[in-house]
Write a protein that binds this ligand. Structure first.
Ligand code: K7E
Ligand code: CUA
Ligand code: CA
Length: 645
């Protein structure tokens, strides 16, 4: 990290900015009554004064009334949170911060049977063998730069996957593994004219082919790739080989460009090596040029994969047609497109700055009309220590998280651009302490042209003393900040289980969900087709079909009874239970659990769900409904008799 000298320089700048800008210096505000500071994680505490719980509670009181959503009232925004290495997506109501639902994606879920049912296993495909995931970046599909309510996409860093969630039923409906890469991290969507592509960065450099013959990362056959996935088909569209590695990404408002940060331009394998270069870069991708090359057949494929691959690396110091590399201070992290479409903003992480890249200069950059790639940079504001991610209020202000300073800094973009030309202007508007060590932040509708500057979520990585102690493992702290006025006001602390890296918020009118399933929904169409082959009418038939050692048990469910109160199979049979919930009443979900068999699933109104298991234990086995559905829910049971063979 920075040495002592630059740290103290920075401290001075920071203190000055605080007093000059808003007149609302934290130190001034707290005066001498400020109490003993809490040690900050990361061992880089800079002696900042820290609020006590009591101070915060008092200061937040008036703002808190804005967060209160009374019993029976509805929230204004849907929030979609990644569950990090827990593997799911969570739906929150904003501003109440009430958790509404969880959508299992890369994890196994006992309540819904995700990862256990045949329908979910088909969606997970070959990767159903994995029981973990590590999701970071949930993003909503767009048309014309606005949320269109169709899909949410999310990455899985752990197993190099991308998944899609249908927003009408809030279920994952597609999942793909990105070929020939390791660790899909940064993920963002094309905004214009609509979300045709999901852009996904593979983070780690690996040898190609990765056949065990080399450990060498410096070789020219060691690289990583930028990936574009067809959002509608959920198939790979193309891959671009890059220099260095890839971290985060975002796309512009013309549909032409995407840009990614690279922190390992060194292609190093260890910490020291990855910090060796003074500068890494932002790589900009020219999407139409990639498409044109592929259309012209100018691409390669790798191994068994049929995905078109183009080379975005430099040859003999010359840039490829597809990419430009813009040097930025070492080891950048987040990259965010401003809602006015003007700037890509890369956060410095090891540098106390953000780098502002003007989209208006990108055509010239690709036509080689700039003297050097750095000429696309129009600002590099000094913001504080450990800038990670930036979000926007649609009023010209940016909000950047400062991991090491444990703050969010609000700054004005156009003023920062003017300051870069030498003009004396103080672009810093406010610094707000957060608790503690923030990663992503996200303002309402910030990724769309409709950024409305109402709410700011700050996803703090450490909660320390903010909640009742829970043992060595602490929750994260998702903090809600009111940004509707001139001043940021912290209004809510939201404990969250590991680990929401990122979140998005959509207006509630932008999400339109189904109340009950359509009988012809593709989610369970394959199960319906299997039943049709068995001559079963799912809505009425209760039948057991034997097919060699395979037994298919079909039944209905209607509160508070299954269509089959009992069925018999033989020991060793592979049993598939398919249940159709013929209840048409919203919210009457049934479940099916076969005791002592690892079998559990959800069957919501008008849904068909199926699950397969081996009846390996002779005897009587009860099955029961696991979702409370009726006064006689406990009595919603049945028995399976397994004949000894
Ligand atoms: Cu900063 Cu994965 Cu977006 Cu975590 S990433 S914070
Ligand atoms: Cu059906 Cu509980
Ligand atoms: Ca580096």
């Amino acid at each position: 990290m920075s040495d002592n000298k630059s740290k103290s320089d920075h401290e001075t700048v920071k203190a000055k900015q605080e007093t000059e800008s808003t007149g609302l210096s934290r130190r001034g505000f707290l005066g001498t009554s400020a109490v003993a500071s809490v040690a900050l994680a990361g061992a880089t505490a800079l002696g900042s004064v820290v609020f006590t719980r009591e101070t915060w509670a008092a200061a937040a009181k008036d703002a808190q009334s804005k967060v209160h959503v009374g019993p029976g009232d509805l929230d204004d925004y849907y929030g979609f949170w990644s569950g990090g290495h827990q593997g799911e997506v969570r739906i929150m109501g904003i501003p109440s911060m009430r958790e509404l639902l969880r959508i299992p994606v890369f994890n196994i879920d006992s309540a819904t049977g995700w990862g256990l049912t045949n329908e979910s296993k088909r969606i997970m495909g070959d990767s159903a063998k994995f029981q973990n995931g590590d999701c970071h970046h949930p993003h909503l599909s767009m048309t014309d730069g606005k949320y269109d309510g169709k899909y949410l996409f999310i990455n899985d860093k752990a197993n190099s996957r991308v998944a899609r969630i249908r927003l009408d039923v809030m279920k994952c409906d597609k999942m793909i593994t990105v070929p020939n890469v390791q660790a899909v991290h940064g993920l963002r969507l094309q905004k214009m004219p609509h979300t045709k592509y999901v852009f996904a960065n593979a983070e780690f450099v690996i040898p190609h082919p990765n056949d065990g013959s080399t450990f060498d990362l410096q070789d020219k056959n060691s690289y990583t790739m930028f990936n574009a996935i067809d959002a509608e088909k959920m198939e790979m569209a193309f891959q671009v080989i890059v220099e260095g590695n890839l971290d985060n990404t975002d796309a512009d408002y013309t549909g032409k460009y995407a840009a990614s940060t690279c922190y390992n331009s060194e292609k190093a394998y260890d910490l020291g090596g990855m910090m060796r270069n003074e500068r890494d870069w932002v790589v900009v991708f020219n999407i139409p040029r990639v498409e044109a090359a592929i259309k012209a057949g100018k691409f390669i494929t790798l191994g068994d994969s049929k995905v078109p691959v183009v080379d975005g690396r430099r040859t003999e110091g010359k840039d490829s047609a597809f990419t430009r590399y813009i040097p930025v201070p070492k080891n950048p992290h987040g990259i965010n497109m401003s809602p006015d479409g003007k700037y890509f903003i890369a956060a410095g992480k090891l540098s106390p700055t953000c780098t502002i890249i003007a989209t208006a200069k990108l055509d010239d950059l690709f036509d080689d009309k700039l003297k050097e790639p750095r000429d696309a940079v129009v600002g590099e504001p000094e913001l504080g220590l450990g800038p990670l991610h930036t979000t926007f209020d649609g009023r010209g202000n940016a909000y950047t998280t400062l991991f090491i300073d444990s703050q969010v800094v609000k700054w004005n973009m156009d003023e920062a651009v003017r300051a870069y030309t030498g003009e004396k202007v103080n672009y810093i508007k406010q610094k707000l302490d957060v608790q503690y060590q923030p990663g992503h932040n996200h303002a309402s509708l910030t990724e769309t042209s409709e950024a409305d500057g109402k709410w700011l979520m700050v996803l703090s990585k450490f909660s320390k003393d903010r909640f009742l102690p829970t043992g060595p493992l602490h929750p994260e702290n998702d903090q809600l900040i009111d940004i509707s006025g001139d001043e940021m006001k912290l209004v809510h602390d939201g404990p969250a289980f590991a680990e929401p890296h990122d979140c998005v918020m959509a207006r509630r009118d932008q999400i339109r969900t189904k109340k009950i399933w359509d009988r012809n929904d593709p989610f369970f169409a394959e199960t319906v087709a299997i039943a049709a082959k068995d001559g079963i009418k799912l809505e009425t038939d209760n039948k057991v079909i034997r097919d060699g050692k395979k037994v298919r048990v079909y039944m209905t469910s209607m509160a508070p009874a299954y269509g089959l109160p009992e069925f018999t199979v033989k020991q060793g049979d592979e049993v598939t239970v398919t249940i159709t919930n013929i209840d048409k009443i919203e919210d009457v979900t049934h479940g099916f659990v076969m005791t002592n068999h690892g079998v559990s699933m959800e069957i919501s109104p008008q849904q068909t769900a199926s699950i397969t298991f081996i009846a390996d234990k002779a005897g009587l086995h009860w099955y029961y409904c696991s979702w409370f559905c009726h006064a006689l829910h406990m009595e919603m049971v049945g028995r399976m008799l397994v004949d000894k063979v």
